[in-house]
Ligand binder design. Structure first.
Ligand code: ASP
Length: 585
């Protein structure tokens, strides 16, 4: 046995015990005739002490060790002279009697500490060292615990975890596929699943009325902080359910996670329609940790024309930043620059301050009377000391999105986006379709199997763009953590939806024929959703990026810099696949 205790468990009550520990050298300090080593393992840090006076040979050996050496030590637990309140083991140390170097180590390329000197790239290249850092390890521990509690909750609710294949063909989430060549079928390719959507629906046809799977999904998309080419879903589906049943079941799951992991009693989740989310927050995933809702100002400004920018705008919206009338010219200029950044794309920003006497001073004073500005103040519910920020534009949705960015930025500046605070809600009643400029056709906003709201079905013939879906997202702190829908289980309705999406009956048959066929054998009404496990964990961990809750993530170029993947294929492998690489351009 290499050890009798771990580095995290000894306390003052253990004083006097003889123990054996094993771990890595975190730090070596020499003080007078003493040498102290912090020994680290997964469970914590324990201080080892070596005394030159009582055992010079052992102390000399300790002085020759380096960072990250792997040691085994035997010794006695003693009370520490100077305690370290920051460590759970800070009241004791080990008076070492025997030291075995299990393995020496070369100096690591960065310090294995929470505040490390290693940059992102270096840490990714040596991810196995990065994972030794407590702060990173803790994220993986949290991930394990969350996945475990998800399984516990769903198991108790009668869900079965069923694995589905990874070598499949294109699935309908609308991203690009990762593909894998088939040696046995030369020239043909599998696609990796963007989600097990179709397979879980087929499981419903098979009668597995409560399915879940914690499963890898693959989407070849441009990467951002909250995206990875391979990510993990908590994928779920239920039969004989309506939207309400699903919302309740999975609100329950989130409540369970919040309770057991964070000790938080999640209140009943508010629901917001997609239309309201867009109107008041300019986003289908509103960050509701703070209010600062949009107010539409078209009526006020169009009634008093004069400022051409507003006169010609289809949308004018404002937010009220409480207590920010003290913002300096410099701060306001910086906000204007912020909204003008190409990623945001606003042309400019108008502001108005409410002075101590209640009067309003604005950047467009010369175009509007104080009377109009007072109407603005009333509409914005603004008081003395508040700052009103206004954006306008031709395209309603685009301008709302710009105002959303400004709202989030103000929330950030005012410290209203506290990662320790959680605000969760359901966004419901998503539109069935969204227009794609690129493809010049309607696209499924969720996916083509999503059911329209029954009362909107007649609109499929007359005004498909206005049809709402039985689709829902769970949003926490402005992050979409999960989403799903009630599915179509009626072959005729499904055909119609395919038709609106621009599939000819033949195309629909080739792509999804097996599902349509399966539906002919008795498909139960069903629906489901999928959570992004990585996002959920990173929210609970208070991380900005999902990368740090994934053991071996990819970088923004989709590369695993540690493994050197993706890489070139060996010519022999290409031969076996009967493929020749001939890159275009
Ligand atoms: N398959 C969907 C997705 O990945 C989730 C669902 O509708 O259940 O977004």
């Amino acid at each position: 046995m290499y050890r009798t205790v771990t580095c995290g468990e000894l306390r003052l009550a253990d004083a006097g015990k003889s123990v054996t520990l094993a771990g890595w050298v975190q730090r070596i300090r020499k003080m007078g005739g003493m040498t102290f080593i912090d020994l680290r393992d997964r469970y914590g840090i324990t201080q080892l002490s070596f005394n030159q006076e009582t055992d010079a040979a052992l102390c000399d050996a300790a002085n020759k060790l380096g960072r990250e050496f792997v040691l085994q030590v035997k010794g006695v637990v003693v009370e520490r002279y100077s305690k370290n309140a920051a460590l759970p083991t800070g009241e004791i140390e080990i008076e070492v009697k025997e030291l075995n170097v299990l393995n020496p180590a070369v100096t690591p390329p960065f310090t294995i500490e929470d505040e490390t000197d290693g940059g992102d790239d270096l840490r990714m290249k040596y991810r196995y060292l990065d994972l030794r850092r407590t702060c990173v390890r803790k994220n993986l521990e949290l991930r394990h615990k969350m996945a475990f509690e998800v399984r516990r909750y769903l198991d108790e609710q009668g869900f079965l975890e069923v694995e589905t294949p990874v070598l499949v063909n294109s699935t309908p989430e609308g991203a690009r596929d990762f593909v894998v060549p088939s040696r046995m079928n030369p020239g043909q390719f599998y696609a990796l699943p963007q989600s097990p959507q179709i397979l879980k629906q087929l499981l419903m046809v098979s009668g597995f009325d409560r399915y879940f799977q914690i499963v890898k999904c693959f989407r070849d998309e441009d990467l951002r902080a909250d995206r990875q080419p391979e990510f993990t879903q908590i994928d779920c589906e239920m039969s004989f359910v309506e939207q309400e049943d699903i919302l309740n079941m999975f609100e329950g799951m989130s409540r369970h996670l919040f309770k057991v992991i964070k000790g938080i009693d999640l209140p009943k989740l508010p629901r917001m329609t997609w239309a309201d989310a867009m109107k008041y927050y300019g986003s289908d995933k509103p960050d509701t940790r703070f209010d600062m809702r949009f107010v539409e100002l078209m009526d006020i400004f169009h009634a008093a024309p004069g400022f051409t920018v507003f006169d010609s705008a289809n949308y004018i919206g404002g937010i009220c930043a409480k207590g920010c009338a003290t913002y300096t010219r410099k701060q306001l200029d910086a906000l204007t620059e912020f909204v003008k950044k190409p990623q945001i794309g606003a042309k400019g920003m108008v502001y108005a301050r409410v002075e101590a006497d209640g009067s309003v001073k604005s950047s467009v004073d010369k175009f509007y009377s104080q009377e109009v500005l007072q109407q603005l103040k009333a509409a914005m519910n603004a008081e003395a000391g508040d700052l009103i920020l206004i954006l306008s534009g031709e395209d309603i949705m685009k301008t709302r999105k710009q105002l959303c960015e400004l709202r989030l930025e103000m929330g950030r500046q005012l410290g209203l986006r506290d990662p320790q605070k959680y605000s969760c809600l359901w966004v419901i009643d998503f539109p069935m379709y969204e227009w794609s400029d690129e493809e010049q056709r309607l696209m499924a906003m969720h996916h083509p199997f999503t059911s329209p709201k029954p009362e909107d079905i007649p609109l499929l013939d007359t005004d498909p763009a206005s049809v709402r879906a039985n689709a829902y997202d769970m949003v926490i702190n402005g992050v979409e953590v999960g989403g799903g829908s009630i599915r179509i289980h009626d072959a005729k309705l499904q055909e119609k939806v395919f038709e609106i999406l621009g599939f000819t009956p033949e195309q629909a048959q080739t792509k999804f024929g097996f599902l349509m066929n399966a539906f002919k054998y008795g498909a139960p009404p069903h629906g489901g959703l999928a959570y992004g496990l990585d996002r959920f964990v990173s929210l609970f961990a208070g991380l900005d990026s999902i990368r740090d809750c994934i053991a071996f993530p990819k970088n923004n170029q989709g590369r695993d810099v540690m493994l050197g993947a993706p890489g070139l294929l060996d010519p022999v492998q290409l031969d076996e696949l009967q493929l020749k690489v001939d890159l275009k351009g």
